[in-house]
Write a protein that binds this ligand. Structure first.
Ligand SMILES: NC(=O)c1ccc[n+]([C@@H]2O[C@H](COP(=O)([O-])OP(=O)(O)OC[C@H]3O[C@@H](n4cnc5c(N)ncnc54)[C@H](OP(=O)(O)O)[C@@H]3O)[C@@H](O)[C@H]2O)c1
Length: 288
């Protein structure tokens, strides 16, 4: 049996989709989890205890793996003291390849935590691939979900800016392609965005059509949005990150036209309407 692929972020949006694809293709994997075991339908999956904040878990977990699917958890800000030492141990332990989920523009932006990881991967001079996705369609099912379900609205300081949402399932497909064909994808940095630019009033229309109930986009001021997230109980750092990211949409930061995803996938990229159709249960609406 071939050596397994080490999968981080396994309970998250991209990691779950990676696990599903590896299972479908009967590829052995080792699922890294803070709270094992994690259910998998694959008999070729094994779960190990792993935590980026506990360096003592790195070497025992990664030993014997051939490659790593690397995801930076949103709560991990200091990647220099977590992901980067893990990368060193992974390569020292015999991993031949790392596929890292970064974010659009991280190569040019030293203020995002992914930047230091990208720099480190390049400096290691080993086999790696960097995926730089834009806004996930899955944000509708997590970050925006409470507002949609409880208030029947999307409330963001994004103005009329457009977003080219990408489905995390498409990111996972590119990750698995990169893991299966390391030579073809070695040293590449792929900007990955979805096929259509949508403003949030259009997103609200798509939700309204498929949920058969009116969902409205209410543009927020920066102050109003900050206060809203504070009331929802989010930690200040997360409020700051979400506010900056969504404010940037006003200035075209998420309106990125790029054909890389179209060229890499064997099928047309998923549209936001596909994501909504496949996840209707997430927005079972409460009555007004
Ligand atoms: N959302 C977007 O629009 C967007 C766009 C571009 C890039 N990104 C990037 O994509 C990444 C998020 O991907 P995602 O949405 O798939 O993640 P996610 O759904 O938020 O899941 C995070 C994963 O990390 C794990 N995790 C959390 N803390 C950990 C720790 N200390 N040690 C090990 N694992 C830990 C979680 O496991 P538990 O079950 O143990 O919590 C979970 O499996 C971030 O780096 C983000 O910046 C996001």
């Amino acid at each position: 049996m071939s050596k397994p692929i080490f999968v981080t972020g396994a309970t998250g949006n991209v990691g779950q989709a990676v696990i599903a694809l590896l299972s479908e293709q009967s590829i052995p994997m080792r699922i890294a989890a803070r709270r094992p075991p994690i259910e998998s339908s694959s008999s070729l999956a094994q779960t190990v205890h792993f935590d980026f904040t506990k360096p003592e878990t790195y070497a025992p977990a990664i030993s014997g793996c051939r490659a790593v699917f690397l995801l930076r958890p949103p709560a991990i800000a200091n990647t220099k003291q977590t992901l980067n030492p893990f990368i060193d141990i992974a390569y020292e332990s015999g991993a031949e390849q790392i596929v890292f989920v970064s974010v659009t523009g991280a190569d040019q932006n030293p203020f995002v935590p992914h930047h230091a990881v990208e720099q480190h991967l390049k400096a290691c001079n080993r086999t790696y691939t960097i995926l730089r996705p834009g806004f996930f369609a899955q944000n509708l099912g997590d970050a925006y979900r409470t507002d949609i379900v409880a208030d029947h609205r999307i409330y963001l300081p994004a103005g009329t800016g457009n977003v080219c949402f990408i489905d995390a399932r498409d990111i996972a497909e590119v990750a698995v392609l990169s893991l299966c064909f390391p030579e073809q994808h070695q040293g590449k940095g792929y900007t990955l965005v979805g096929p259509e630019a949508l403003a949030f009033h259009q997103v609200a229309e798509l939700l309204s059509q498929q949920l058969n109930q009116q969902i409205t986009y209410v543009p927020a001021s920066v102050f109003g949005y900050w206060r809203h997230l504070k009331k929802r109980g989010l930690p200040t750092t997360q409020i700051a990150v979400q506010t900056v990211l969504h404010f940037g949409i006003r200035f075209g930061q998420a309106n990125i036209q790029d054909r890389t995803l179209v060229e890499l996938l064997p099928h047309p990229p998923r549209r936001l309407s596909d994501y909504i159709r496949d996840h209707l249960h997430l927005w079972q609406l409460s009555p007004h």
